[in-house]
Design a protein around this ligand. Sequence first.
Ligand SMILES: NC(=O)c1ccc[n+]([C@@H]2O[C@H](COP(=O)([O-])OP(=O)(O)OC[C@H]3O[C@@H](n4cnc5c(N)ncnc54)[C@H](OP(=O)(O)O)[C@@H]3O)[C@@H](O)[C@H]2O)c1
Length: 336
Amino acid sequence: MKAFIVDQYKKVPLRLGETPEPGVGDRDVLVEVRAAGINPLDSKIRDGEFKLILPYRPPFVLGHDVAGTVMQVGAAVRRFKPGDEVYARPRDGRIGAFAERIAIDEADVALKPANLSMEEAAAVPLVALTAWQALVEKAKLKAGQKVLIHAGSGGVGAFAIQIAKHRGATVATTTSTANVDLVKQLGADVVVDYKTEEFDKILSGYDVVLNSLDGKTLEKSLAVLKPGGLLISISGPPDVAFARSQNLGWPVRLVLRLLSAGIRRKARGRGIDYSFLFMRADGEQLGRITSLIEDGAVSVVVDKTFPFGRLNEAMAYVDTGRAKGKVVVTVKPEGQ
Ligand SMILES: NC(=O)c1ccc[n+]([C@@H]2O[C@H](COP(=O)([O-])OP(=O)(O)OC[C@H]3O[C@@H](n4cnc5c(N)ncnc54)[C@H](OP(=O)(O)O)[C@@H]3O)[C@@H](O)[C@H]2O)c1
């Protein structure tokens, strides 16, 4: 089958080539990929930035978000059947959405929201699960609480604003002038235009901050939180709890302990809890996100769709850091 392959860890375009058909285990569903979502994580893996944490051995197929049709199921699969339209963030170690077909553990899969196209569905899993795991699972966000979501116009931010609003929280977000209207439409109550304002001079007394930006933004976010507040970062630095959850060896644990020492110390000094979150595949949670989308509580923002053959252009566009919502490739157009 055709797939986009990483031949070596390097900042070079992926190679479109032939790769063996995926093997289908007892608990796997084989999915014909109709659309695949692009994430900054794809470029980071391609460039070798995640080698220590996710040691994929080249050549391998990239791609973390998929929407498509079930072609075949393993002997132990109970929840899906051939013909089902599904979507997924396949688990780490078993990625490969930039291909014509992918075998996925059924535990990672959910039925695709009926009101979405394949392209819209492929825009959902990784970022929506990240927002859910940060705000619902970790922060246990409640009605009346105040949350600051950085980069509200990005893939994660657009879902995080809507999920936080659905929980009844007051939502502040940072964005540039061009995206102020977009984040307001998504439900943000307070919008800080980072081109003209400094969020840490304006906001205070927040319960939760979700950071997806750089270390400076992470540190400044401490000033926004009240004592007892939660600072959750998805862009680093990773902490020891994360190293433990990934079963990383002691040398890597030590490195991560040192990398996160500064922010952990500063947070502790203010009575704030710092944690790093690395999202995980979860078909059951994705099913709950399906319901939110079908109920109209959450909508999907797709910035651009590219044909499969132009996947490297799609990745380059995500790499600019300017995407509004998600970028998707159509692998098999409707009716083909
Ligand atoms: N740990 C995890 O599990 C996990 C999961 C998902 C993502 N991530 C990471 O989180 C980060 C964000 O991911 P994403 O998919 O949301 O990225 P994305 O969609 O590519 O983010 C692009 C958006 O970021 C906004 N942005 C850029 N700089 C900003 C700034 N200084 N202030 C406010 N907004 C800014 C841009 O808006 P403007 O054009 O208006 O600046 C743009 O809309 C990435 O580093 C990604 O790798 C981690």
